[in-house]
Design a protein around this ligand. Sequence first.
Ligand SMILES: NC(=O)c1ccc[n+]([C@@H]2O[C@H](COP(=O)([O-])OP(=O)(O)OC[C@H]3O[C@@H](n4cnc5c(N)ncnc54)[C@H](OP(=O)(O)O)[C@@H]3O)[C@@H](O)[C@H]2O)c1
Length: 209
Amino acid sequence: MSSEIKFHAIAAMSDESRGIGFNNSLPWSVPEDAEYFLRVVKTTFDKSKINAVIVGTRTWESIPKEDRPISPCLNIIVSSRASFESLEISPNADLTKIQICRSLDEAVKLVKEKYSDSVEAIYAIGGTQIYKDSIFSEYFDRFYLTRIFGHFKCDTFLQPENFLSYFKKIDSEQLEKEEKLFQVKYNSIQIEPKSGNHYVFEVYEKIKN
Ligand SMILES: NC(=O)c1ccc[n+]([C@@H]2O[C@H](COP(=O)([O-])OP(=O)(O)OC[C@H]3O[C@@H](n4cnc5c(N)ncnc54)[C@H](OP(=O)(O)O)[C@@H]3O)[C@@H](O)[C@H]2O)c1
């Protein structure tokens, strides 16, 4: 893989259960996290480049039709059977920003081979299998993880149970550039004013063997 293209994942997870979803939606309402997610995937250090997002079909379907594809990103949908027709793409969508691949590896390879001049970073954005395949990819770099505190009913979880044992948390001092770019404070517990939900933005890096 081109050494410049970084491969990350971004997710919000229940601190209690590793839950990420319920009824093909998010189990909580934390607008600050939803906004942070969009800032991260849409923003690049190099303004002449864009990011790519890799997404499973259920997560794709959970994005409101008018907001997909996530712009200006290259959106790669991973599915064993999806077609452009089945993805219910809105008529105004920029089709050049949508690709379908049959596996995570194929998606990463596609970016490496065809988009190395235009893509800065790849973000895996869920769900479970996409995150799991990403974590174990040899190219994987960072996990941008939001921990949401409290009790939430979930039916979709980050796997495997011990996935964080493959990572070490990055100190805030090493994230100054990202804090500025993504307008965020890492490793500091915050409160969502409406719901009272507590949450913390964290970044983990893969422990290299
Ligand atoms: N908290 C968060 O940050 C976050 C982020 C993302 C999603 N979510 C939540 O997670 C839930 C959806 O996640 P999910 O795990 O149920 O579904 P998903 O991964 O979004 O979609 C599953 C489908 O994607 C395709 N797929 C996924 N991995 C594949 C692979 N390696 N190879 C081939 N096809 C693959 C398959 O589709 P085909 O059947 O078409 O082959 C599979 O049935 C929702 O509740 C959503 O809100 C939460």
